[in-house]
Design a protein around this ligand. Structure first.
Ligand code: GEK
Length: 246
């Protein structure tokens, strides 16, 4: 059990930019489950997809791993021999707690895919040959001007037949679609126990650091980065997951 997210429950005199600090780490599993529609399905299916695409003796990257939910799922599904997972995040408290969770998983289950958790900035992280890369709700936190370079570096590191699994909150070009799905997302949050105040304060905190793109922008950018084909495999309200093939 982790703590319940009450970070924005009381009125705040000043709302600073959202950061993945120790306070957020403490409540993160509860926060992401109550905020991202479809998150448990995306995490579980990411493991399944990785199991299908992982090639023997290659690396698998989980970039912006937070507490390693996608990594844990991949460890349950990947059976290719000689695979190793590298989980990377630039938040020191996330990396520390992620390591604890993965050690707990090791203590409970035998013969899981080996994993290493590293603190690092994924925009400057040298990637080795890999068969699967996961960006699970991470690209949206990368400065828009750096997104293409990151995707190009991933495309180049992937071995033939390799796959990027990219999950993101979406924006929509049509204002009616934007309004309709955003309204439903707030309804989802209210149904999960967040108050109007919590929803409004979290929105102010995150709007400058998390910048969603449209699905069309993602598909165009993945094409520019050199991926041969990309498509979505899941959407719940304004949250989506895509597969991009080398
Ligand atoms: C999950 N994937 O539960 N370099 C490394 N990490 C970064 C960077 C960067 N430049 N920028 C942001 N992060 C996870 C959820 S959360 C999504 C991912 C969310 C990290 C940041 O520290 C945070 O841990 C993560 O990306 C985004 O499957 O909270 O909505």
């Amino acid at each position: 059990m982790t703590d319940r997210d009450k970070l924005f429950a009381e009125p705040l005199a000043q709302i600073g930019d959202f950061a993945f600090d120790a306070e957020v780490v403490r409540v993160f599993p509860d926060m992401i489950k109550r905020s991202v529609p479809g998150y448990p399905t995306i995490v579980e299916t990411t493991g399944l997809i990785a199991g299908q695409y992982a090639r023997p003796d290659t690396l698998i990257y989980d970039l912006g791993c937070s507490l390693g939910a996608a990594t844990q799922s991949m460890r349950r599904h990947v059976r290719a021999s000689g695979c190793r997972i590298i989980a990377v995040d630039n938040s020191a408290p996330m990396v520390e707690r992620c390591g604890e969770y993965l050690r707990a998983q090791d203590a409970m289950v035998e013969e899981l895919t080996p994993v290493e958790v590293l603190e690092g900035d994924i925009t400057r992280f040298p990637l080795q040959p890999c068969s699967v890369v996961v960006l699970n709700f991470t690209l949206q936190f990368i400065t828009p001007g750096q997104r293409l370079d990151l995707l190009s570096a991933i495309q180049q590191a992937l071995v033939p037949g390799g796959l990027l699994i990219l999950s993101e909150k979406l924006a929509f070009a049509d204002p009616r679609t934007q309004h309709s799905l955003e309204t439903m997302h707030y309804a989802f949050k209210r149904a999960n126990g967040y108050s109007e105040l919590e929803i409004a304060q979290k929105r102010s905190a995150i709007e400058k650091v998390m910048l969603p793109d449209t699905l069309e922008t993602h598909v165009d950018r993945l094409c520019q980065a050199g991926f041969s084909h990309s498509h979505s495999w899941f959407q719940s309200l304004n949250f989506c997951s895509m597969m991009a093939h080398k």
